[in-house]
Design a protein around this ligand. Structure first.
Ligand code: CP
Ligand code: NVA
Length: 308
């Protein structure tokens, strides 16, 4: 059984707010929470949830995580608070952080999240921005280590849009020494600054590969991962992106090229028959619902490290 520890950084805006050792310790704590080996209480602590975009998993897993830790949450709907009226972030952040002990924020521009963190007197957690989804990456790597004993022997192939989910997989993967291959159509490569940061961390630069060829990228992979082709806020791009991503569906044909014990992940929500087939989601290789469950344990661990 492990004891919780305090993260060196006050905020969790990016996967890079953790050191390699800290990610491993968070994942170990998450595993202890899952096996009920921990009795950490955040009694009377309050988590404020500010979500400018829809959410099922992140919102509910944070609420249940906090309640399992004996704390509470306030779910702030921008349309019924003054946030929707356009109150400046610097005012909202100062006020809400004087009531709450920690804030989890889902918004569009990453710089808005950074603005919250700048003015908040309490820790701020990234609950998804257009740039990163670091809470998702914690649950993803927790699910991967449940299956494979050594991150350094894992090849993770992400097939799809080089967006927030892929960016956090790249950064967290670099911290853990995982070989990460991203296969995306031309023009949908991950953010150049994210790639640069990952390469700065990786001693072996060949552990990060960006390609436009999904077939090559899945060869011998241990983990196949995908995300929606059109993210929240890109609803008007659906027709164009569906066309651009043709050939990037995780289906039987691609799965057969991966390692025979490969697992399949998806952050959800999914568009079945677009980025992944129904058959792949429901197959015995799928760990998608374990991955979704792990969001809760990973966030229990994260909250206890930010608030201890
Ligand atoms: N994976 C994820 O973040 O799901 P939600 O959008 O439902 O929170
Ligand atoms: N890339 C997706 C992830 C959803 C969890 C989005 O931003 O909508």
């Amino acid at each position: 059984m492990l004891k919780t520890f305090k993260l060196a950084n006050n905020n969790f805006l990016s996967s890079l707010d953790m050191s390699s050792l800290e990610v491993i310790r968070i994942l170990e704590l998450a595993n202890d929470f899952k096996s009920n080996d921990l009795n950490i209480e955040l009694k009377n602590k309050v988590l404020g949830l500010i979500f400018d975009k829809s959410s099922t998993r992140t919102r509910v897993s944070f609420q249940v995580a906090m309640s399992r830790l004996a704390g509470t949450t306030i779910d702030l709907n921008p349309t019924t608070s003054q946030i929707g009226r356009g109150e400046p972030i610097k005012d909202t952040a100062r006020v809400l952080s004087s009531y709450c002990d920690v804030l989890a924020i889902r918004t569009f521009n990453h710089c808005d999240l950074e603005e919250y963190a700048k003015w908040s007197s309490k820790p701020v957690i990234n609950a998804l921005t257009d740039l990163e989804h670091p809470c998702q990456a914690l649950a993803d790597y927790m699910t991967i280590i449940e299956e494979f004993s050594d991150f350094k022997k894992v090849v993770l192939t992400f097939i799809g849009d080089g967006n927030n989910v892929a960016n956090s997989l790249i950064l967290c993967g670099a911290l853990l020494g995982v070989e990460v291959r991203i296969a995306c159509p031309k023009g949908y490569e991950p953010n150049a600054k994210i790639i640069k940061k990952a390469l700065e961390i990786l001693k072996d630069k060949s552990l990060l590969k960006i390609t436009n060829d999904p077939h090559n990228a899945v060869s011998g992979a241990n983990v196949l991962y995908t995300d929606v082709w059109s993210s929240m806020g890109e609803e008007d791009k659906k027709v164009e992106k569906d066309k651009d991503f043709s050939g990037f569906t995780i289906d039987t044909n691609l799965i057969e090229k991966a390692d025979k014990n490969a697992i399949i992940l998806h952050c959800l929500p999914a568009y079945r028959s677009k980025e992944i087939t129904d058959e792949a989601i429901e197959s015995k290789r799928s760990r998608i619902f374990e991955q979704a469950e792990n969001r809760m344990y990973a966030q229990q661990a994260l909250l206890s490290c930010l608030l201890s």
